[in-house]
Design a protein around this ligand. Sequence first.
Ligand SMILES: [Fe+2]
Length: 215
Amino acid sequence: MNGKMLPSELEGYVDTVLDLKREYKDDIEILLGLEVEYLYTLWEPLLRLLEPYPIEYMILGQHYLGNGVNAPFCGEPSNSAERLRQYCRQTREALETGKFLYFAHPDVLWYTGPGEIYEEEMTKLCRFCREIDIPLEINLLGVREDRSYPCEHFWKIAAREGNRVIYGSDAHRADHVYSAEVIAKADRFLEKCGIPRERLIEVMDVGSEKDGIKK
Ligand SMILES: [Fe+2]
C-alpha cells in the first residue's frame, strides 16, 4: 500500500483496525487513527465522509497545498518563499480547526532558499504550535531513509521555542512499526538539535490530557 488511501478503501481500513482492536484487547491498546491532509475545498466533504466512523484521532500531514489538485508535492526542493509561507498559513489554519492531535512531519516542506526566511516563518509556526499545545512529530520514516526531514534547522527552532515532540513511525510496512535502531538514530538527532528528553511524549499522553482520543 502506498501512503494514500482512496475513499473506497476507508471502510476496509476501519473494519481491519476494529477487528484487531477486539482481537488484541487484552494485550495492547489499538487506536483508530488517520493522517489527514487539509485541503480547502475537500475539508468539509472529508469530515462528512468520516462522520459515520469511530475515528479516535487524526493527525495533520500536509503534503500538498491549496486544494492539492496539480499542486507540487511539498517534499520536492524549492526556493519559493511564497510556497513556504503558504505551507505555514495552511497548516496553521488546519490546526485551528481543533481536529488534530498532533502535527506529522511539520518539516516536510523542503525549502532551499535563504536560511533567514525559513527561520522567520518556521519560528512563527513553532511558536503557534506551542501556544495551542500541538506536539510536533519527528518522522521515523524520514529518519530511517535519511530524507530531507527531519530537518535540522527546523528542529533547532523547535528546540528553542519549547515545542513538545512525538515520534511517529509512519510505517508503510509492518516490520517498520518498531525499530530500536531507528529510534536510537532519532534520539541522537534529538540530542544534536538540543531538544530535552522530557519534551518527548507519547500519543496516549496527548490524548488523555486533551480528550483528543475518544474512549
Ligand atoms: Fe505523511
